[in-house]
Design a protein around this ligand. Structure first.
Ligand code: UDP
Length: 477
């Protein structure tokens, strides 16, 4: 850990691979470009998952990981929503975090800065006790961050359920949002997950700064407004796009099979279909998607997970407990063997998206997946499932023009005909061309902001100088 003259940053990723991956990329950048020492402090309510271990094992030796003893969540009902479990896990790990900071302090290795994510603000209690500077890394975009910073006010001023609002909510800098598209925990204000969300976002103002995984070309207006000084909001630093650079949990055979298969497909012809590290479809939806992909006649790689009635059911463990292949329609694999490749539970996504045979990505709009598409110029079909994904869809479809929408029917299902239509529109239609061109533009913007003199590089430089100054102050005390 801390060597002489190096500043030390501790990072707490709340449970979920989608939170861990961009924080790992941040850590690598802090070590490689700014000479920091980084320690990951991992909270959990059970031993780390295979996917989590795989990500952490890939870290260079200069980045340490420390697993806190599992928090006891035995009193939490199994029906509790993911946001409740995640927040409680971090909160209940505070005593163990305090013990860790106490021993680091005794060894004169205390970090100068603690970085948490959206659900980790209770760790600020411990940071403050030890004069460690508290920061937030917001792993999604500036639009949703703006919404969250505004949420306490909406909570005070709106008395009904947000989903019953008849007009879209207008927040300066944000795409107009209907209540039904608000982040998942806002869909039932009596649920504990909403209370935890409000609890966390109210604490955002205690942070010394908020780093956001977005960039100026993608959300110019939102970022401009977020960076205007506001009495209650900490300074915001857009430092993205920080994207996954590893294949992590992918099985070596799957990795070889996918990349080898892609090598044999025409340029820009393949649709990559994946719902992130935890997304699952219902049985009916899974079936309709399968039939639509087959009927479209287009090439595809589809990462499948066993269906479930709860869209986030694989959030804490991306691997299906049952064989996902057994849920495919009869004859599907035979029927599509010339044009399709199906992978179980986890694929080497970052390598797939860089492959020149990829022509589109049907995505759940997870923010990491979105950024990984942007840096590769891959156009999207937006098919949001949970968390803040519906808001991401609004941004991508309505504002940025980087995605086509997969339309839900009245029964709440994207029917097979709709799948056929949207896949063809993306891969061979005029609208596909337009979103592809937009993606090319964004890809160039993403390169620009990460140059030595780029906007995001300068933002991270600014933060890192503050962190080093704080380290010097602590060292002198
Ligand atoms: N991922 C992957 N292979 C998979 C599924 C996901 O490598 O089969 C990675 C993906 O590259 C991304 C992350 O897991 O970095 C998923 O994050 P995202 O924000 O897109 O969605 P989440 O899983 O948080 O819903």
């Amino acid at each position: 850990m801390a060597e002489a003259n190096s500043s030390h940053v501790a990072i707490i990723p709340s449970p979920g691979i989608g939170h861990l991956i961009p924080l790992v990329e941040l850590a690598k950048r802090l070590v490689d470009n700014h000479g920091f020492i980084v320690t990951f402090v991992i909270p959990g309510d059970s031993p780390p998952s295979k996917a989590q271990r795989s990500v952490l094992n890939s870290l260079p030796s200069s980045i340490a990981s420390f697993f806190l003893p599992p928090a006891d969540l035995s009193d939490v009902p199994s029906t509790a929503r993911i946001e409740t479990r995640i927040s409680l896990t971090v909160t209940r790990c505070n005593p163990a975090l305090r013990d860790l900071f106490r021993s680091l302090s005794a060894e004169k290795r205390l970090p100068a800065v603690l970085v948490v994510d959206l659900f980790g603000t209770d760790a600020f209690d411990v940071a403050t006790e030890f004069h460690v500077s508290p920061y937030i890394f917001y792993a999604s975009n500036a639009n949703v961050l703006t919404f969250l910073l505004h949420l306490p006010k909406l909570d005070e001023t709106v008395s009904c359920e947000f989903r019953d609002l008849t007009e879209p909510v207008m927040i300066p800098g944000c795409v107009p949002i209907t209540g039904k598209d608000f982040v998942d925990p806002c869909q039932d204000r009596n649920d504990d997950s909403y209370k935890w969300l409000i609890h966390n976002v109210k604490r955002f103002k205690e942070a010394e700064g908020i780093l956001v995984n977005s960039f100026i070309d993608l959300e110019p207006n939102t970022i401009k407004i977020l960076q205007e000084p506001a009495p209650d909001n900490p300074p915001v630093y857009p430092i993205g796009p920080l994207v996954n650079s590893g294949s992590y949990d992918a099985n070596v055979n799957d990795e070889y099979t996918c990349l080898n298969w892609l090598d044999n497909q025409p340029f820009g012809s393949v649709l990559y279909v994946s719902f992130g590290s935890g997304g699952t479809l219902t049985c009916e939806q899974f079936n309709e998607l399968a039939l639509g992909l087959a009927e479209s006649g287009k090439r595809f790689i589809w990462v499948i997970r066993s269906p479930s009635g709860i869209a986030s059911s694989s959030y804490f463990n991306p691997h299906s407990q049952t064989d996902p292949f057994s849920f495919l329609p009869q004859g599907f694999l035979d029927q599509t063997k010339e044009k399709g490749l199906v992978v179980g539970s986890w694929a080497p996504q970052s390598q797939i998206l860089t492959h020149t045979s990829i022509g589109g990505f049907l995505t759940h709009c997870g923010w990491n997946s979105t950024l990984e598409s942007i840096v590769n110029g891959v156009p999207l079909i937006a098919w949001p499932l949970y968390a803040e994904q519906k808001m991401n869809k609004l941004l991508l479809v309505e504002d940025v023009g980087a995605a086509l929408r997969a339309r839900l029917g009245e029964d709440g299902i994207v029917g097979r005909e709709q799948v056929v239509r949207v896949v063809k529109r993306l891969i061979e239609g005029e609208e596909g061309k337009a979103v592809r061109n937009k993606m090319k533009e964004l890809k160039e913007g993403a390169v620009r902001v990460l140059r030595d003199d780029g906007f995001s590089t300068k933002s991270l430089n600014e933060v890192s100088l503050k962190w080093k100054a704080h380290q010097r102050k602590i060292d002198q005390e």
